[in-house]
Design a protein around this ligand. Structure first.
Ligand code: NAI
Length: 336
């Protein structure tokens, strides 16, 4: 067995956290030969339900779980961690505007960024799940000046999985045969789920589906609004599937997924003409060294370009809404 890696999960007593921590403990994320130290982070109010989660982890008798710590102290929770999964976020309260929600979360993720900067292991990787995920990742990274921007990823893997499943259903194919589906931009209804490069069993998906009208009028809006569809059916937002996607993201970073394209919202390097410094979802390749590589220079048609700009615009607006909470933005001449 490999010596323990430390994984922190914030919001560990919430819906996603509850589904996620059990699966991390089972070894599905980091491999069946990897010992795990789990640090569960909650608010003070979340400590009581978190005690219950701790009991259930104990009752699971997971052989790979070497230790579990529960805390609301960020520096303790992020101390020497290899992976942080930032799931906890402020929920939208009654009468709260989107901008209020942005500001509330920017505060949380600024504090978490600072604590990660002080306490995390040198090469720690941080996955932001809590919404607005892309902008929260930007805020956390900006508040962690000693960490690389590439250490922070916001999750768009759930959107990719939803898109893959929908395409497989349309084509009557197995989801495992679908690849190169891309999510561009924000994890929000402005995202652009793109089938231009998608393949089914190695063949160009568009030539199998042969239905551009379905792509534009059904596929794209359905993926964009899938979160709302789940909420209206379940009475609560996607949790098990979100946990699954978070696990998939970190597993691929850690163990690799060959040459497959995985959409991740990462800091824009200016590729595809996207404003530098925004956390924007692009296709990446994960070779299993805990880094990602962006898939570069794909041909982009006019329709895609328009969709990619629309979601970029929303991310610029989100950034501007929290700009006052970003330290040092005046000293970043390129994009600020
Ligand atoms: P939830 O409300 O069930 O759980 C959130 C938990 O986070 C609560 O236990 C709460 O006490 C805790 N929390 C709040 N602030 C915290 C803080 N500052 N530090 C530590 N813990 C804190 O919510 P759920 O369903 O688990 O969702 C969590 C987040 O994930 C939400 O923001 C949701 O919008 C987002 N989400 C993101 C998805 C994505 O694809 N990126 C998909 C689905 C949800």
């Amino acid at each position: 067995l490999l010596p323990p890696l430390k994984v922190a999960v914030t919001g560990a007593a919430g819906q996603i956290g509850y589904a996620l921590v059990m699966r991390i403990a089972s070894g599905e994320m980091l491999g069946k030969d990897q010992l795990i130290d789990l640090n569960l982070i909650e608010t003070e109010a979340g400590m009581s339900p978190l005690r219950g989660v701790m009991m259930e982890l104990e009752d699971g008798a997971f052989p790979l779980l070497s230790s579990v710590t529960a805390t609301s102290d960020l520096n303790k929770g992020f101390g020497d961690i290899n992976y942080a999964m930032l799931v906890g976020a402020s929920p939208r309260g009654p009468g709260m505007e989107r901008s209020d929600l942005m500001a509330a979360n920017a505060k949380i993720f600024a504090e978490q960024g600072k604590a990660l900067n002080t306490s995390a292991a040198v090469n720690a990787k941080v996955l932001v799940v809590g919404n607005p995920a892309n902008t929260n990742a930007l805020v956390a990274s900006e508040n962690a000046p000693d960490m690389w921007e590439e250490q922070f990823i916001a999750m768009t893997r759930l959107d990719q999985s939803r898109a893959q499943a929908l395409l497989a259903e349309k084509a009557g194919a197995d989801v495992k045969d679908v690849d190169r589906v891309i999510i561009w931009g924000n994890h929000s209804a402005s995202q652009y789920p793109d089938l231009s490069h998608a393949r089914i069993g190695g063949k160009w998906a568009k030539s199998i589906v042969k239905d551009d009208k379905w792509i534009k009028d059904e596929f794209i809006p359905r993926v964009q609004k899938r979160g709302a569809e789940v909420i209206s059916a379940r009475g609560a937002s996607s949790a098990a599937s979100a946990a699954s996607a978070a696990l998939d993201t970190v597993r691929d970073l850690h163990l690799g997924s060959g040459d497959a394209w995985q959409s991740n919202a990462v800091v824009s390097d200016g590729g595809y003409g996207i404003h530098k410094g925004l956390w924007y979802s692009v296709p990446t390749i994960c070779k299993g060294d805990s880094h990602f590589r962006r898939v570069q220079r794909l041909p982009i048609d006019d329709f895609s370009a328009k969709m990619m700009t629309a979601t970029e615009k929303e991310l610029i607006e989100e950034r501007d809404a929290v700009r006052h909470l970003l330290p040092g933005h005046e000293s970043k001449p390129v994009s600020w």
